[in-house]
Ligand binder design. Structure first.
Ligand SMILES: NC(=O)c1ccc[n+]([C@@H]2O[C@H](COP(=O)([O-])OP(=O)(O)OC[C@H]3O[C@@H](n4cnc5c(N)ncnc54)[C@H](OP(=O)(O)O)[C@@H]3O)[C@@H](O)[C@H]2O)c1
Length: 229
């Protein structure tokens, strides 16, 4: 294996985030499992094999960005991979019936939290020889296959994809690659029991984007293949 990478995953106490950490740690990477709930995060980190560190991180709390930045600087000195996985669901209603406050609430976590955390951690990503930012988006945010309902969630993921494409362009002269990915419809608390994908499959593309030698830049992927925005 190449040198282990330092990888931070947000919202990793359960669901796809936890599985991403499990696969990365099993592959020998140095994993920073973060969660907004200290107890759940510590117990999730303790349940995994390999090198897994826990750090408290609420993506809606800018104070927590500074804390994690200081921790990584002291503990590792750099960051190779940032996986923006934490996310919340909105009301299932469409724009015709959704309260604007519900849209704002979802944007805080699924968009502004990601932008703020990413900006704070960029100086540590610049120090990596091959930095990567992986934004966990959703087909529900793809303009090419847009449907109705889930107004806040759809908008947050469409905007997240816009952030991915623009940031990749902003960082094109650096060693950092930025991509969005859709995990598919995955059996988690968010996806529900009707989902047909396992967490193992849902985590696969993120793990590949974090560790593969050659990956795209500024793209939207599912199952390791570039898909339409
Ligand atoms: N499941 C699917 O079918 C599916 C499909 C497409 C995309 N996705 C995306 O995949 C990602 C993971 O989804 P999932 O299915 O694993 O969902 P999940 O089981 O509901 O887990 C979401 C995780 O995000 C955390 N989180 C929420 N708000 C946070 C905050 N402010 N700060 C830090 N962590 C926060 C949650 O922590 P708590 O435990 O504290 O609530 C939890 O650990 C999300 O971005 C989601 O939009 C999922």
């Amino acid at each position: 294996m190449n040198d282990p990478k330092v990888v931070l995953v947000t919202g990793a106490n359960r669901g796809i985030g936890l599985e991403i950490c499990r696969q990365l740690a099993a592959a020998g990477q140095r994993v920073l499992l973060t969660a907004r709930d200290e107890e759940k995060g510590r117990s999730a980190a303790a349940s995994l094999p390999g090198e897994v560190h826990f750090f408290h991180l609420d993506v809606t709390d800018p104070g927590s960005y500074e804390n994690v930045q200081n921790y990584i600087a002291a503990e590792f000195g750099y960051l190779d991979v940032l996986i923006n996985n934490a996310g919340i669901m909105s009301s299932t209603r469409g724009f015709d019936k959704t309260d604007l406050n519900d849209i704002r609430r979802v944007m805080e976590t699924n968009l502004f939290g990601i932008i703020g955390l990413t900006q704070t951690l960029l100086p540590l990503l610049y120090k990596s020889s091959a930095g990567r930012i992986i934004n966990i988006s959703s087909g529900l945010g793809a303009i090419s296959e847009m449907g109705g309902g889930y107004a806040g969630y759809r908008l947050s993921k469409t905007a997240l994809n816009g952030f991915t494409a623009a940031l990749a362009a902003d960082l094109s002269a650096t060693n950092i690659r930025v991509n969005s990915m859709c995990p598919g419809w995955v059996k988690t608390d968010m996806g529900g029991s009707g989902a047909h994908r396992s967490v193992e499959k849902g985590a696969e593309t993120a793990v590949w984007l974090a560790t593969a030698g050659q990956i795209p830049n500024g793209k939207f992927l599912r199952d390791k293949i570039i898909i339409d925005w």
